[in-house]
Design a protein around this ligand. Structure first.
Ligand code: SF4
Length: 221
């Protein structure tokens, strides 16, 4: 990427980080994935119990490798042997020391916006784990909540439906069936629908719980 464009993107990340701090979330700006990984290692304690939400960002950034390194008690649902074991990990997530995830979108006003099908991810971000670490690439930054709603309908949800090989309208159309309806929850009636819980994370009472690492790279969707 052109250095001037990269510097401009960094300014946008720094502006967003300030807004997140105003909302009582700790915010970090990383120039690249290596820096983001260093920040994550610094926030985790060896031996603590951790788990995560499904995320391409965590994988692309190298965070999944940190979680699987053996230094932590990682509740890894990829290693679960049955749907019952997966469901147990979803519930055990509430008692973890740290929950790691990306965010579908982050507004320049300092809000996290997440849309979930199972809702295990939005539930754990909202309540339960002592610490929540969010890692997000610059492509997730949007001006405001309207931008966040639009981004999820046009990018996140269709791409995730494709990734998960789900037979939803967005996987065929490349955008949500309800993208042009002026309603956050407009969408399809598919039994595979991945947009069921819509959560905005705003001002936090506990300034130590949610940490957001904004990475000046394109990560996930
Ligand atoms: S509501 Fe349905 S069509 Fe719209 S993005 Fe979600 S899964 Fe896709």
């Amino acid at each position: 990427m052109d250095e001037n464009l990269r510097a401009t993107c960094k300014l946008r990340l720094e502006k967003t980080a300030k807004a997140l701090e105003k909302n009582n979330m700790k915010a970090f700006v990383a120039d690249n994935c290596e820096e983001a990984c260093e920040i994550v290692r610094g926030l985790l304690k060896e031996g603590e119990q951790i788990t995560c939400g499904g995320s391409m960002t965590l994988k692309e950034c190298g965070i999944t490798d940190i979680m699987s390194s053996g230094k932590y008690n990682f509740l890894d649902r990829a290693k679960a042997g049955s749907p019952e074991e997966v469901a147990k990990i979803y519930r055990d997530a509430f008692f973890c020391d740290t929950f790691l995830s990306s965010s579908n979108a982050i507004t320049e006003r300092g809000e996290l916006y997440n849309v979930d099908g199972n809702c295990n991810r939005v539930a754990a971000i909202t309540f339960g784990p002592k610490q929540v670490i969010i890692v997000a690439g610059r492509n997730k930054i949007v001006p405001d909540l309207d931008g966040a709603i639009d981004y999820v309908k046009r990018v996140s949800a269709p791409a995730n439906a494709k990734r998960l090989s789900l037979d939803t309208p967005c996987a065929k159309l490349g955008e949500c069936a309800g993208v042009n309806i002026d309603n956050m929850c407009s969408g399809c009636n598919s039994d595979k629908r991945i947009c069921c819980g819509y959560v905005v994370t705003g001002y936090q009472r506990d300034p130590e719980r949610i940490k957001v690492i904004l990475v000046n790279e394109e990560l996930g969707y």
